[in-house]
Design a protein around this ligand. Structure first.
Ligand code: GUN
Ligand code: ZN
Length: 465
């Protein structure tokens, strides 16, 4: 048993800031000088240093100075085997998959390639401050195995699963419904709830899943009801039209997954750009989740996620934010916040009535403004709630796993350093408002250079050179 303390300035959340319009500070918790005590990776005490230090007088304490410490970032939607192919030029979703993605993902059928890719994948995540992902793999079981194996070596909490596609992909890449079922079973037995690994039944998307494949997914969910379900939904207009061809008779995209009993708690549909009001309402009723992937939605030209719609208090939908790397061109969740803020502001302009007064919805317009509170909640506690893992990660509550990141608000591109001195007279944050302003600076003026150290289960897993 190793008990250790971490002293520093901590910022986390106790509630959803969208529930505190006009008083978002009420959702957050800031300790300018706090002490986090970790026993075997689990948080056993958290509070002001002055209160706790006496109780833990003999504790070995690591003092992280001049940083803001937040829970580790949670990426709700990322593609492990696209680690090398991110940022490919010039196509929308369907031709992009054929031209760039399937050929690269096919390489992950080779165990050594998958092993090397996994090391790079997790190195990139940790250097970006990300400690938990929900990740797609490929059709090759070894790809999923190597992801879980590398996550286990690093003791990181991941959700992942064999990524099934049996239609609308090249012959060299497609799976069959039966092989997908059998391989998924083997992988669930081997990895689900083993260490910090969690398994997601993962049909890639309805456009690439025959009715037979989705039947097999339904069977897997019945046989393993505590497994997650991860897929894509309503990302791109051509894709959505194609779903109507693969699944004739479905009223809309969500109805395909509903038909196979996949939509409920622990279901995540990535992108969700073109969902109808009815689909939003049904996702809310089912307590299912969507992922906002702004950088990917912009990079692939998919469209504008309706942030103010997803956060409608009358039919709130659970939500994670995701890179969707390699459709997203960065590993960084800070870059996701930059993109998300800009998408929100465009939505705000469309909804504030200044273009077309008949479209005015002042409340929804406001919900599109991504404050630092909304932003950092979304990639920590909110992301954990979206994935139904908030009993384990996402904040500094006692009993949770000690995954966190130390951010240096002075580091970033040219200009970030002097900009940061506008806040707290260039010193350390004193108030919650100071800290929130610094976090906003990090996500909008800064970048992943602000990530100074990343800790996993109370151990330092990354330190910036
Ligand atoms: N839909 C099906 N596969 C993919 C993928 O790899 N990336 C994105 N962005 N959308 C998908
Ligand atoms: Zn994706």
């Amino acid at each position: 048993m190793t008990v250790r303390g971490i002293r520093g300035s901590f910022f986390d959340f106790i509630d959803d800031p969208w529930k505190h319009v006009g008083d978002e500070e009420a959702s957050a918790r800031f300790l300018a000088d706090g002490l986090l005590v970790v026993d075997d990776g689990i948080i056993v005490s958290f509070g002001p240093y002055s209160d706790r230090a006496g109780e833990y007088a003999d504790l070995e304490i690591t003092h992280i100075e001049h940083r803001i410490i937040t829970p580790g970032f949670i990426d709700g939607h990322i593609h492990f085997p696209q680690t090398r192919v991110l940022g490919a030029f010039g196509e929308q979703l369907l031709p992009w998959l054929q031209k760039w993605v399937f050929p690269e993902e096919a390489r992950y059928a080779d165990r050594q390639y998958a092993k090397d890719g996994a090391v790079r994948f997790f190195d990139n995540l940790l250097a970006s401050g990300t400690t938990t992902v929900q990740a797609f793999t490929s059709t090759a079981p070894v790809c999923t195995e190597e992801l879980f194996e590398e996550a286990s070596r690093r003791n990181m909490r991941v959700i992942s699963g064999l990524t099934g596609i049996d239609t609308n992909a090249p012959d060299y890449f497609v799976d069959t419904a039966d092989a997908f079922y059998a391989d998924s079973k083997t992988l669930i037995e081997k990895y689900h709830n083993v260490g910090r690994n969690l398994y997601a039944i993962t049909p890639r998307f309805a456009f690439g899943a025959s009715p037979e494949l989705l039947e097999r997914c339904a069977q897997l969910k019945t046989e393993h009801p505590d497994a997650w379900v991860h897929t894509h939904i309503s990302e791109n207009p051509a894709e959505i039209r194609g779903v109507g061809v693969v699944h004739p008779g479905a009223d809309d995209y969500l109805a395909v997954y509903e038909k196979y009993n996949l939509v409920g708690p622990k279901f995540t549909g990535g992108h969700a750009v073109w969902l109808s009001n009815s689909e939003y309402k049904r996702l809310h009723d089912a307590e299912a989740s969507v992922t906002f992937c702004p950088n990917s939605n912009l990079f692939l030209g998919s469209g504008m996620f309706r942030l103010g719609k997803a956060t409608d208090p009358d039919q709130r939908v659970r939500m994670t934010f995701g890179t969707d790397m390699g459709g997203g061109n960065r590993f960084s969740m800070l870059a996701v916040l930059d993109g998300a803020y800009k998408v929100g502001m465009i939505n705000n302009t469309l909804l504030d009535g200044s273009i077309d007064p008949s479209l005015k919805d002042a409340a929804e317009a406001e919900r599109n403004k991504l404050s630092a509170y909304r932003a950092f909640w979304s990639i920590t506690l909110g992301g954990a709630e979206g994935l139904y893992i908030d009993d384990r990660v996402g904040s500094f509550d006692v009993g949770k796993e000690a995954d966190f990141v130390a951010l240096d608000w002075t580091q970033g591109p040219p200009g970030a350093d002097w900009h940061s001195t506008l806040i707290a007279d260039g010193g350390d944050p004193v108030t919650m408002d100071d800290a929130a302003n610094m976090l906003f600076g990090i996500m909008i003026v800064g970048d992943d250079r602000a990530v100074d150290q990343t800790w996993v289960m109370g151990e330092r897993a990354y330190q910036k050179a």
